[in-house]
Design a protein around this ligand. Sequence first.
Ligand SMILES: Nc1nc2c(ncn2[C@@H]2O[C@H](COP(=O)(O)OP(=O)(O)O)[C@@H](O)[C@H]2O)c(=O)[nH]1
Ligand SMILES: [Mg+2]
Length: 313
Amino acid sequence: MSSDSKPGFFARLRARLTRPGAGLGSELARLFGARRIDAEVLEELETRLLAADVGVTVTQELLEGLRARVARQQLGDVAALLEALQADITALLRPVAQPLRIDPSRKPFTILVVGVNGSGKTTTIGKLANLYTQEGLKVMLAAGDTFRAAATEQLGIWASRTGAELIAQAPGADPAAVAFDALSAARSRGADVLIADTAGRLQAQTHLMEELRKVRRVLGKVDPSAPHEVLLVLDANQGQNALKQAVQFREAVGVTGLVLTKLDGSAKGGIVLAIARQLALPIRFIGIGEGAQDFGEFDADAFARALIDGDKG
Ligand SMILES: Nc1nc2c(ncn2[C@@H]2O[C@H](COP(=O)(O)OP(=O)(O)O)[C@@H](O)[C@H]2O)c(=O)[nH]1
Ligand SMILES: [Mg+2]
């Protein structure tokens, strides 16, 4: 990512993660001002963490840490409390803020993208194609969602928009065959990156998970080291359900990284904390809108700041 696109992305993250002026912290500060921290303040904070989908476990952990410091009189007022909270959230997120590195010795670097219907897989692939083609990499996209003709069309639009090459077969084709052809073609044409789309899988349907495993196996037949990344795309609005999906996909296909989409206007950004704490899987990217630019690497400090401060300007 170029250095000048970073502040722009952070400003949009702040503007979109919460309603204007509605960061966790801004609201508490408005409610309580410079008041000393008492049970009521902590209770209000607890309510707001739960409302932001932080989840019971992480909320209790965060509050325990804060209560202990309040008891030791280390936190005088609401501002100090919020500063401590932001630091704790940053510390919680930092271990999972691991960017995806395209290893140039793995050529093509093969990314298999999985997730339930509508989570944002195809859009994320388009955004990734945009990112990597702009870095000068030769990118190929495999239309592995062969259930719906519209899915291939959607991927094709992103391909022509970004200059990536699309590899597709007729609707109804075997997704594993598409994967095999795509990786073989990407190899012979010297692509740097291959990104494979898959159909939206209902995680409860074991035969569909079986199909994803087959796609995985077939990629490994063309290149024993592939796939080099299995990206699970989760819709942040799915809340605790996203956690369940992650557990199931991880078991079935061995997820190596996460993309969290639709963090714009969800008011549920706290789910990222629950996911970080309970899955300990690398969070590679976040999506904050439908456009190619509404996408960036996950940054623990920026995210914690956006969550607490909101768009206070
Ligand atoms: N607001 C918002 N919409 C998104 C985001 N990512 C994807 N979408 C939209 O969500 C819908 C489903 O996305 P799609 O990529 O087709 O999901 P798929 O079924 O997993 O491939 C589309 O309307 C996308 O434009 C995001 O980060 N923010
Ligand atoms: Mg799709």
